[in-house]
Design a protein around this ligand. Structure first.
Ligand SMILES: [Zn+2]
Length: 111
């Protein structure tokens, strides 16, 4: 992958200067997983403008070819386990209102 990196001196939204930009973290050019410090790759800083709250990378990576950035075969990006469906995924959020109505039905009936 070939990137050109543009350093950002002023916020593109409000034109504030770098003393108003705070580092939020780092972002890799690939999936970071739970332990991004153990990954090798190109990393950029993610910044937040304190004046207008715009979030942006600094430097901004500009791919020399769009294929360098998005040219990953779909089979490499979408892993089969992404499509495994857990039929009980929403069981807990659904149970909360059911429990609430059961616990509070006597209060509601006394009105
Ligand atoms: Zn700003």
């Amino acid at each position: 992958m070939n990137y050109t990196f543009n350093s950002i001196a002023t916020c593109e939204m409000c034109s504030s200067t770098s003393e108003h930009h705070k580092i939020m973290g780092q972002r890799l050019n690939q999936s970071q997983g739970l332990f991004p410090k153990n990954k090798v790759g190109v990393s950029v800083s993610i910044m937040r403008c304190e004046k207008c709250e715009l979030i942006f990378s600094n430097p901004q990576p500009i791919p020399n070819s769009i294929q360098d950035h998005y040219g990953i075969p779909a089979a490499d990006y979408w892993k089969p386990q992404y499509f495994d469906i857990d039929l009980n995924y929403f069981a807990s959020p659904i149970k909360k209102p059911e429990n609430f109505s059961t616990q509070h039905s006597s209060v509601l009936l006394n009105l």
